[in-house]
Design a protein around this ligand. Structure first.
Ligand SMILES: *[C@@H]1O[C@H](CO)[C@@H](O)[C@H](O)[C@H]1NC(C)=O
Length: 424
């Protein structure tokens, strides 16, 4: 058994959080001892495994500010994480000491962890180079980012092992951190397929799948396009709306009447962009005269999300240069064809014309695929089957757990681990 601590800034709801929770579940399943240390955890806005006692979750440093004067968010996040790393390295009770610390998102904590007296191995999971995520406008902003970017590169280089979430991210990593000799391994995120299987059984028992509409404004005979993603501009939901408008112009009125686009996205009232963008999409819906066809849902629960996935006919995935993107896997596993852009992670998960369509970033291309799928039920069923099989083979939880367990085993060989235990 290896003792593993996950160090993560904010244990809320998002792709990065889903990944670390899955990694924790995988390691726990393989018999390791797993716990979390985080700066923020809200039991009403988190994945349930972090709130139901599956793992011990310890919160430190939440009293530190998230920003100063409405800016300096990056620096504040770094300080908050440093505080957590100092706690983990020097103030954690001895019985809670660990063999491996897994961190992600913020790498500045790595040097602190290397100074810890018990010297845990450090595994860094790079979802994407942080410096490419911040906007680069303005000289001041660039000057402010300069030392931060330098730090990011040099601290990542101190990790014992670096993992990335896709070949796409690996290429970006190598282009960005040119001075690093570290070559990361690709560990694709996985889908917790068991959870979807359980949910499907549960919903079938209640026959909720057939007898109840998923939403009061979605009739039982509706043809549902589902778009799941946070309410952020870069997620490009507007493309789904414009494509739906085009679909409406292509289909006979009676057919279009039963078409619905459901956008379901994580929405956090603390996040200004979520709030603003939700309003923008509502406005765009009106401008395009799609009020009868569009439903915007905020932060659906896991169960609601599953119901939507089972009920949908087709999943739309609109972001460009997405680093990995778990949602297409969810759609494929639920046997839905996926319409995505030919860009980033989806080019590694979706197989064009087999499990969905990889489109150009135009409503003509995107809407064309939506149209074809509306028309051709046989194609939908075939693509759905092929998508389901692909996830089972390449992106199952078991495949992920095997690989991660192997990586942890390489870091902490069994011989090391038993000697560590004797000295306890
Ligand atoms: C996907 O297939 C469609 C239909 O054959 C084709 O028009 C499109 O260019 C393909 N996309 C990519 C990225 O190959």
């Amino acid at each position: 058994m290896v003792r593993v601590l996950f160090l993560h800034p904010d244990l809320g709801i998002g792709g990065a959080e889903r990944l670390v929770v899955d990694a924790a579940l995988a390691l726990k399943e393989r018999g390791h001892q797993v716990s979390f240390l985080t700066n923020h955890h809200d039991s009403t806005h988190c994945f349930k495994e972090t709130a139901d006692g599956t793992f011990p979750v310890h919160v430190v440093g939440d009293w530190l500010p998230r920003g100063l004067f409405g800016r300096f968010y990056a620096i504040c996040a770094y300080l908050r994480m440093l505080y957590a790393a100092i706690y983990a390295s020097f103030f954690m009770p001895q019985r809670e000491q660990v063999d491996v610390v897994v961190c992600d998102l913020i790498s500045v904590c790595i040097p602190v962890l290397r100074f810890a007296p018990h010297r845990p191995k450090v595994l860094f999971y790079c979802h994407f180079p942080d410096q490419l995520l911040s906007s680069r406008e303005g000289l001041l902003k660039r000057l402010y980012r300069l030392p931060i970017n330098w730090l990011e590169e040099h601290t990542i280089g101190l990790a014992d092992k670096v993992l990335v979430n896709s070949k796409f991210t690996l290429r970006v990593f190598q282009d960005t951190f040119r001075r690093l000799s570290t070559v990361p391994d690709v560990l694709y995120p996985s889908l917790h397929t068991q959870y979807f299987d359980q949910m499907q059984k549960k919903l079938e028992q209640r026959s909720a799948l057939l007898d109840e509409p998923v939403h009061p404004r979605v009739p039982l005979n509706a043809f549902i396009y589902l778009d799941i993603n946070r309410y952020e501009r870069k997620k490009n939901h507007a493309l789904a709306l414009h494509s739906l408008r085009l679909l409406g112009d292509m289909l006979p009125t009676t057919d279009f009447k039963r078409c619905r686009l459901i956008i379901a996205g994580g929405y956090d009232t603390r996040c200004m962009e979520n709030v603003e963008h939700f309003a923008e999409l509502g406005q765009l819906t009106e401008e395009l005269k799609l009020q009868d066809h569009v439903v915007l849902l905020r932060s659906p629960t896991d169960e609601e999300k599953c119901r939507l996935l089972f009920a949908a006919h087709c999943l739309l995935y609109t972001p460009e240069n997405e680093h990995f993107g778990i949602v297409p896997l969810e759609g494929m596993y639920c046997s839905k064809p996926v319409v995505a852009l030919n860009s980033g992670g989806p080019t590694e998960t979706v197989v064009n014309t087999s499990t969905g369509f990889l489109c150009e970033k135009t409503e003509k291309s995107f809407g064309g695929a939506m149209h074809q799928l509306f028309r051709d039920e046989q194609l939908r069923v075939k693509m759905g089957d092929q998508g389901h099989k692909r996830v089972q083979q390449k992106f199952s939880f078991q495949a992920f757990a095997d690989r991660l367990n192997g990586i942890i085993r390489d870091l902490v060989p069994i011989s090391k681990e038993s000697s560590a235990k004797k000295t306890e």
